[in-house]
Design a protein around this ligand. Structure first.
Ligand SMILES: [Zn+2]
Length: 329
């Protein structure tokens, strides 16, 4: 028997939940992990219409990019689309799983690799790699100053009583904090080990090079075509060729300083705000392809990953279009 948990465990191997951003809410949002799987539907947004589509197609699991429950839900009375989607999922016995910023933050098989591949980028790498992490273990007398223990606790180290009146503290910390922690604990012994992934494999955004430099305007048309978007909103052309391309699926404006830092001639993302366009400062070309459009290739990506691993189950792409933004020309 294949369960919903078999699917979520597999996805967690590709995009571990611990790689999600602190504000995120990825994971199993609705449903019982132990339920037998009947089929999977992949989408960006698990709206009511998508839940219906899944149930009508005999799928009892929706794998979405965006978590439909993002903030706390205090009641379920059907008064907004989030509540209605959750109620629908419960009523139609469809589980909802979201793989969000954890899928944004992986180098391989993630949201941004798919965009880099569509743009034929070479040597692509993470734009903002997360610091490498280390597992830390240390022992100290249980009677150690409460202030120090509190500080270590805040740094992510948690204590357990150990034999001989000792306290064993352990946790996972960013590599660049090790030195500081060593200073705090003075003479106490501390061990640390690398955590599975290296920093080169976890982080936000991506940067790579086009095989050949392109004219800015040619590149923008190429981008529009490859990203299958009706509109590209962009800053002033700078009259220079484009070769190094930085990108981030979804709302990535926070990565603009990084894109400049790595010397990209263009930065591609979605959801840019009017005032934020000014930050280009004639140093880079910002191109906004739309939030949904930038992430739309995640739907087939998830389908590919899932149908490869679960060939005996139907894995459908949502046919319902969930982009809430429409364009009038
Ligand atoms: Zn998004």
């Amino acid at each position: 028997m294949t369960t919903i948990q078999d699917v979520t465990r597999y996805l967690e191997g590709i995009a571990p939940p611990r790689y999600q951003e602190s504000y995120d809410n990825a994971g199993l949002l609705v449903g019982d992990a132990g339920t037998e799987l009947t089929g999977i539907l992949t989408c960006l947004d698990a709206t009511e219409a998508v839940i219906d589509e899944a149930a009508d197609k005999g799928c009892n699991l929706v794998v979405a990019h965006h978590p439909i429950i993002f903030k706390g839900l205090k009641r379920l009375t059907g008064s907004n689309y989030v509540q209605r989607s959750v109620q629908k999922a419960i009523r139609r016995e469809v589980a909802v799983y979201a793989v969000h910023t954890n899928l944004d933050n992986v180098l391989h098989s993630g949201v941004n690799e798919r965009i880099a591949q569509r743009l034929d980028l070479q040597h692509y790498r993470l734009l903002a790699p997360k610091p490498a992490q280390r597992k830390v273990e240390l022992f100290m007398p249980a009677a150690e100053s409460p202030e120090l223990l509190k500080r270590l606790h805040t740094a992510g180290l948690h204590g357990h009583p150990a034999p001989g009146g000792q306290l064993r503290l352990e946790g996972v910390v960013d590599e660049d904090r090790l030195q500081e922690i060593r200073q705090w604990i003075g003479g106490h012994a501390m061990h640390s080990y690398p955590v599975d992934q290296t920093s080169e494999q976890v982080g936000a955004g991506m940067v790579g090079e086009l095989p050949e430099p392109m004219d800015e305007i040619d590149f923008l048309y190429f981008l529009k075509d490859r990203m299958q978007t009706k509109v590209v909103r962009h800053t002033r052309l700078l009259g220079r060729p484009v070769q190094r391309v930085a990108l981030c699926g979804g709302a990535g404006s926070f990565l603009l300083p990084k894109a400049k830092q790595v010397g990209a001639q263009v930065f591609i993302t979605g959801d840019y705000k009017y005032h934020d366009f000014f930050d280009a400062e004639d140093q880079i070309l910002i191109a906004d392809v739309g939030h949904y459009e930038s992430e739309q290739f995640t739907i087939p990506l998830l389908r590919e990953l899932l149908s490869e691993k679960f060939p005996n189950f139907a894995v459908h792409l949502a046919e319902v279009q969930t982009n809430p933004v429409h364009y009038l020309f």
